[in-house]
Design a protein around this ligand. Sequence first.
Ligand SMILES: C[C@@H](N)C(=O)N[C@H](C)C(=O)O
Length: 178
Amino acid sequence: MIKALLLLPENFSLILYDGYRPFQVQQFLFKSFSKQIAQLYPHFTEQEVVSETRKYVAFPSKDHAQFAPHLTGGAIDLTLGDLEGNALNLGSAFDEISGKSATRYFEQQPEEDWEACVHRRLLYNCMTMVGFTNYSEEWWHYDFNNVSWARRVGAQEASYGAVEAIIQDNNIKEFRFL
Ligand SMILES: C[C@@H](N)C(=O)N[C@H](C)C(=O)O
């Protein structure tokens, strides 16, 4: 991330929203997004709700072939900021359930928000130039050396597997590699 930051023009910063996430947090997010999606699209079947939810939150899987990327610590959610740490306009809110969250959304209609289009390109370019890959449904999600990254770059192996953490009083008490 430091390498990515150094590629940005001087007046920009990177704001980190999320990195490593324990399994229980992934489960909580999956349930909470499912609920929101069921409310947003009341005509959806249960299966459609699950499939739409999977667009915005990885299924909380401990299966080695499809670890939820944030369980590995190799996934980060971030945005561009100014030097005071204020988030810049990237065209949608972080975690917004809408087509506008797809990274390429403004490439198809840049006139809708030129500023957001340019900021997304800036974030994408600084992150991918140092080896991260982007999840195409979310402009804020980048992976490095986990299973999602390996699939995108065609690597046979990924260095970061999942880590299970025992959380107590909001602190990591113990952890083990899965
Ligand atoms: C919930 C959202 N910020 C997120 O992290 N989504 C991706 C797809 C994930 O859960 O890995």
